[in-house]
Ligand binder design. Structure first.
Ligand code: FES
Length: 126
């Protein structure tokens, strides 16, 4: 499993194998601006700050031009992380937690000496 760090929130979610970024966000109780969820509208653009992603299906040049791809922009509904990634969601996409009670279940756990796993949120807050 790979981690998806949300730069503006400061948490790392654990993505399931083959899971697109928006699927991980939704499973963690987060929502952002999106519509088609199949690579056709381009509303789910995010910037990959670190790491890399692949597309399991073709994304049309008319939806995401090469110039944007070269800047690190991906379509979150189609982009599947291949390693740990850090992403920035544009402010206009209104990333927000809509179901906070399920978020802890999707946080990446970090193994601790003594066997107790600690979520990234606990690590971040000390
Ligand atoms: S939601 Fe339409 S391209 Fe991602």
């Amino acid at each position: 499993m790979v981690g998806i760090t949300l730069a503006e929130v400061g948490i790392t979610l654990e993505a399931r194998d083959g899971e697109a970024v928006t699927d991980t966000l939704l499973r963690a109780g987060y929502m952002m601006r999106m519509a088609c969820r199949r690579g056709g509208c381009g509303l789910c653009r995010v910037h990959v700050d670190e790491g890399s992603t692949v597309y399991r299906a073709t994304v049309a040049e008319s939806v995401l031009p090469t110039s944007e791809r070269e800047e690190g922009i991906v379509l979150a509904c189609r982009a599947v992380p291949t390693c740990d990634v850090s992403i920035t969601v544009p402010v206009a996409s209104k990333l927000r937690c809509v179901t906070p009670l399920i978020t802890p279940y999707a946080l990446r756990k970090q193994p601790q000496p003594g066997g107790r796993d600690v979520s990234t949120k606990e690590v971040a807050s000390g």
